[in-house]
Design a protein around this ligand. Structure first.
Ligand SMILES: [Zn+2]
Length: 431
C-alpha cells in the first residue's frame, strides 16, 4: 500500500510537456516520489484507488519542465570580474560562491545545469555537498575543469596540457575525478595570455580528447570564438560548439556558410551565448546614464553594439538553417549573473525561434544536448519530476519564464525562502 502523501497531483490552466505538441489545456501531472507517473488533462489522470494524494492546483498558470541551462560558470560573480581575477581567489571562496549561484539558479526555475569552467575541484565538492544534503542546487553535469593549452583560455583553472598524449591523459584524469563531459577551449578567449583569433589545440590533440571521451560515453564541447577553432572541432567530432563566433584570423566577421553547413550535417549542437555580450553592454549603458563614460569605455560600448548585432545575425542564420541551437547562458561570466538564464532564451527568440521553440531550447532540446533526455527535459511518465509552475504562457510570450511561481525538484517543492530571495536574483535590463 502506498504511504501517506506519496502521490502529488498537480493541475493548472495549461501544461507544456516540451515534446513538440501544443500546450494541453487544463493540464495535470501525477508524481510518485521523485518520478512522473502520468501526464494529461485534468480529470483524466488520478492516483491509484485508495492512495494518499496531495493535490496542488495552480489556476491559470502553466506546468512545464524545469529549465536546463547548458552553460554555466558557478565560480563567477557576474560583476564584470575577469576569469584571470577569479582564479586568484581561494578554492573555498569559489566553492561557497558556487553554492550561492546554484541556489539562485534553482530558485529561478533552472533544475539542470552543465558547468563549463570552474577552478580545480570546486564544483565536484559542491556537488558532493549537495548530495550530502548540506546545500541545494540543480542537477549538475560537470566538466571538472576545462582543458586548455599552456596559456590558453581558462588554463588557469588547472588543466593545461600539450600534445595528444597529455590531452588524452587529462581526459582520463577528469573522468577519474568525476567529470560527466569534457570541455575544451579550442581557441583563446578573454584569458589575458590567450589568443582569441587563433585556434589553440591542433586537430590531433582535439581528436585525442574526443576519442577518449567518446570511448567512455562522455560528450565533448569546445569553446570557439573564431572560425578555425570551429572547423578544427568539427574535424575532431566535437558534440557541441560553444559561442560559435565566426571570425577570421585577422578579426574580420565573416559568417562561414561552409562551416555552418558542416555543423548541420554532423548534427552538432550550437550554444551561441548571446546575452553575455549584451549584459556587458547594459552595464556600460547604466554607467553612461549615471556618470558618463571614458573615451575608452565609449569605444568599448560602440564595439559591443556592433558585436551584438553580428552575433544576433549569425544566430538568425543558424536558426533559419535548422541547426540545433540551444540555451546556455554563460552566467556568471562577465556581467551576467546566474539566475538569469531566461535572458539568453529571450535572445534566441529574438533571433528567430518561436516562443515554443525557445521553450524547447531551454528544456527538451537542452536536455538532449547534454545527454540528460532519459532523465529530464520533457514531462512524461518515467522521467524525474523536475517541474516548474509559470505564471502566464511561455509558448506565447517567452518572458513568462521570468514568472516562476513554484519549483519542484525530483518531486519535492523547493523552499525558495522569502519574496526577496525569489525576486532579487533578476538583473535589471539596461532601461
Ligand atoms: Zn563560458
Amino acid at each position: 500500500m502506498p504511504t501517506v502523501g506519496e502521490f502529488k497531483l498537480i493541475t493548472a490552466g495549461r501544461l507544456i510537456d516540451a515534446k513538440g505538441g501544443p500546450p494541453i489545456d487544463n493540464g495535470a501531472i501525477l508524481i510518485h516520489g521523485s518520478s512522473i507517473v502520468a501526464v494529461g488533462r485534468s480529470g483524466e489522470i488520478s492516483a491509484p484507488e485508495g492512495a494518499d494524494v496531495q493535490i496542488l492546483d495552480y489556476p491559470g498558470k502553466t506546468i512545464m519542465p524545469g529549465m536546463v541551462d547548458c552553460h554555466t560558470h558557478h565560480n563567477g560573480f557576474g560583476d564584470g570580474r575577469a576569469g584571470d581575477e577569479l582564479t586568484l581567489l581561494d578554492d573555498e571562496i569559489l566553492t561557497l560562491q558556487s553554492a550561492r549561484n546554484a541556489r539562485s539558479s534553482l530558485y529561478s526555475g533552472v533544475t539542470s545545469i552543465r558547468e563549463n569552467g570552474p577552478k580545480n575541484y570546486t564544483m565536484f565538492r559542491l556537488r558532493d555537498a549537495i548530495n550530502q544534503g548540506i546545500t541545494i542546487g540543480p542537477r549538475m553535469v560537470l566538466c571538472g575543469r576545462p582543458v586548455a593549452i599552456i596559456g590558453g583560455h581558462m588554463g588557469y583553472f588547472g588543466s593545461e596540457v600539450t600534445g595528444p598524449n597529455e590531452s588524452r591523459a587529462m581526459t582520463r584524469q577528469l573522468i577519474k575525478e568525476g567529470a560527466d563531459y569534457i570541455k575544451v577551449t579550442a581557441t583563446g578567449g578573454t584569458t589575458r595570455t590567450s589568443f582569441p583569433l587563433k585556434p589553440s589545440f591542433t586537430v590531433e590533440e582535439l581528436v585525442a580528447v574526443t576519442d577518449e571521451a567518446h570511448k567512455f560515453g562522455k560528450l565533448t564541447a569546445t569553446h570557439c570564438v573564431s572560425s578555425q577553432g570551429i572547423a578544427n572541432s568539427l574535424d575532431a567530432d566535437v558534440d557541441m560548439i560553444i559561442h560559435c563566433v565566426y571570425k577570421d584570423g585577422d578579426g574580420t566577421d565573416t559568417f562561414r556558410q561552409d562551416i555552418a553547413d558542416r555543423i548541420g550535417e554532423k548534427g552538432v549542437y550550437v550554444n551561441p551565448t548571446l546575452h553575455v555580450g549584451r549584459s556587458g553592454r547594459w552595464k556600460l549603458e547604466h554607467k553612461k546614464a549615471a556618470q558618463g563614460l571614458t573615451s575608452e569605455e565609449t569605444a568599448t560600448l560602440e564595439a559591443t553594439y556592433r558585436n551584438n548585432e553580428v552575433r544576433m545575425e549569425d544566430s538568425r542564420k543558424m536558426i533559419e538553417m535548422g541547426l540545433k541551437v540551444i540555451t546556455g547562458s554563460d552566467s556568471s561570466w562577465g556581467d551576467y549573473q546566474l539566475g538569469n538564464t531566461v535572458y539568453e532564451t529571450e535572445l534566441l527568440v529574438e533571433a528567430g525561434y518561436t516562443p515554443m521553440q525557445g521553450v524547447h531550447s531551454v528544456t527538451s532540446d537542452a536536455a538532449k544536448a547534454l545527454g540528460l533526455d532519459d532523465l529530464v527535459g520533457t514531462l512524461e511518465a518515467g522521467k524525474e519530476a523536475d517541474i516548474i509552475i509559470v505564471d502566464g504562457d511561455p509558448s506565447q510570450d517567452i518572458n513568462a519564464l521570468w514568472n516562476v511561481d513554484e519549483v519542484f525538484f525530483a518531486g519535492e517543492v523547493v523552499d525558495r525562502g522569502s519574496f526577496d530571495s525569489k525576486t532579487t536574483v533578476r538583473q535589471p535590463p539596461a532601461f
